[in-house]
Design a protein around this ligand. Structure first.
Ligand code: CP3
Length: 345
C-alpha cells in the first residue's frame, strides 16, 4: 500500500496534501503526560521502546496527522557518545560535562560504535513498523551536527551562543573537529534508523539562525548535505528532509544545494520566497507560525494562504517549528483537518 506522505516527498500524485506537525508527540496531549508520568521522566521514556512507540502513535489517532515521527530526542546522540545528559524540569536539557578541550572530544565514542549504542531507538522503530497503519509513514530524525554541537559546547540551551561563536571565530579548527566527529556518528545513525524501518528521515537544524549567512555553509549546511548524500547513495528511494530554521537570508543568496528531497521551510521564511528559489528542485514542507494554533481563525487563514501559494504542488503541510505545550488539542485537530480540506483534489 502506498503511503501518501512518502509519495508527496517524492513529488508523486496524492489525493490531498499530507500534513504532520513538528513536535507532534508531546506535552499538549494529556495522553502523553500520562505515559511520561508512568515512565518517571523524559529520558526513561526515550529509552523504553514500548512507551516510546505508544506516544509516537498518539498524534495519529488523536490529531489525524498523515505521518508519525519517531519519539526520541536529538540529544540522545551526544549522550551515547559518552556525554552526561540530564533533562531538568522547567529548565530543559543539560550536559554536565560540556566540551572545552581536545581531550574532552577525544574521550567521546565516535563513528559506528556510538551509533550502535542507540539500540533503544532501533527497537522503537521496529515496534512501530509492526503497529503503524500501513498507509502511515514513519519519520526518523537526527539533529544537524551544528545544532548538536551547540548543546555539546554550551552544555545547555543558549540565547547568545557566545561559547560556540568564540570557538567559531577564534578556534574554527576545533569546532570543525567536533562537527566532523558528530557527522560521522549521524551518518551511521541515519542508515541504521532506515534499516530498522524508518520510511523518511529529517535533519533538524533548529539553531541554524545563530550562524551568519556567509558562514552557514561552512559550519552547518555542508555537514547536513554530507549526511543526506550518504543516505541517498545507500537508499535512493528513502526521502530526506532538511529543516534549517531561520535561514531566509541563506536561501535568498542562493546558498541551498545538495541531494535531498524535501526542504522544510521555517515560519520566518515566506513560502513564496522558498517556492521561487527552491520549489523546482525540492518539495517544500511547512510553514505555519506555530503560535497561530492558539486561534482557529488565524490557523484557517494561514492554511488557505499557504495553499494559495503552493496549490498542492510539491508540498507537505507542517508548522514552521514545533507545536507548543499549551496549545489546545482541538486547535491542532482543526489545523490538520483544514490542511486536508483545502488541498483535497
Ligand atoms: O513529536 C516529535 O516531534 C518527536 C519527538 C521529538 C522530541 N524532541 C521530543 C521532546 C523531537 C523530534 C525532538 C527534537 C529536538 N529536541 C530538537 C529539534 C526540534 C526543534 O524543536 O527544534 C531540539 C532542539 C531538541 C532538544 C530539546 N529537547 C529541548 C531544547 C528540550 C526542552 C524544551 C522542551 O521543548 O521541553 C527537549 C525536551 C523534549 N524533547 C520534550 C519532548 C516531548 C519535552 C520533554 C518533556 O516531556 O517534558
Amino acid at each position: 500500500m502506498s503511503k501518501i506522505f512518502v509519495d508527496a516527498c517524492l513529488r508523486k500524485e496524492t489525493p490531498y496534501t499530507p500534513v504532520w506537525m513538528m513536535r507532534q508527540a508531546g506535552r499538549y496531549l494529556p495522553e502523553y503526560m500520562e505515559v511520561r508520568a508512568k515512565a518517571g521522566n523524559f529520558l526513561n521514556l526515550c529509552h523504553d521502546p514500548e512507551k516510546a512507540c505508544e506516544v509516537t502513535i498518539q498524534p495519529l489517532d488523536i490529531v489525524g496527522v498523515d505521518a508519525a515521527i519517531l519519539f526520541s530526542d536529538i540529544l540522545v546522540i551526544p549522550d551515547e557518545m559518552g556525554m552526561d545528559l540530564e533533562f531538568i524540569k522547567g529548565f530543559g536539557p543539560k550536559f554536565n560535562d560540556p566540551l572545552e578541550t581536545e581531550a574532552d572530544l577525544d574521550r567521546l565514542i565516535g563513528g559506528e560504535e556510538a551509533a550502535n549504542k542507540l539500540t533503544y531507538v532501533y527497537e522503537t522503530i521496529k515496534l512501530l513498523k509492526q503497529r503503524l497503519p500501513e498507509d502511515k509513514a514513519l519519520i526518523g530524525f537526527t539533529g544537524a551536527p551544528w545544532t548538536l554541537a551547540t548543546y555539546m559546547i554550551e552544555g545547555q540551551g543558549t540565547k547568545t551562543y557566545n561559547i560556540c561563536k568564540k570557538m567559531m571565530y577564534s578556534n574554527p579548527e576545533f569546532l570543525h573537529r567536533i562537527l566532523r566527529k558528530v557527522t560521522d556518528v549521524v551518518k551511521y545513525y541515519m542508515v541504521k534508523q532506515i534499516e530498522a524501518g524508518a520510511d523518511v528521515v529529517q535533519i533538524f537544524d533548529s539553531w541554524a539562525a545563530a550562524i551568519e549567512p556567509g558562514k552557514y555553509d561552512e559550519f552547518s549546511w555542508k555537514y547536513m548535505v554530507e549526511i543526506a548524500e550518504y543516505v541517498k547513495e545507500k537508499y535512493p528511494e528513502i526521502p530526506v528532509i532538511m529543516f534549517p530554521k531561520g535561514v531566509a537570508a541563506f536561501i535568498e543568496r542562493g546558498g541551498v544545494y545538495g541531494n535531498f528531497d524535501v526542504f522544510g521551510v521555517d515560519w520566518g521564511t515566506p513560502m513564496a520566497l522558498a517556492k521561487e528559489k527552491l520549489g523546482e528542485k525540492y518539495v517544500l514542507q511547512g510553514n505555519m507560525e506555530p503560535c497561530r494554533l492558539y486561534s482557529k481563525e488565524a490557523t484557517t487563514q494561514c492554511v488557505e494562504a499557504i495553499q494559495n501559494v503552493m496549490q498542492g504542488e510539491g508540498h507537505i503541510f507542517n508548522l514552521g517549528h514545533g507545536i507548543l505545550p499549551d496549545v489546545p488539542v482541538e486547535n491542532a485537530i482543526h489545523f490538520v483537518s483544514e490542511c486536508q480540506r483545502v488541498s483535497k483534489k
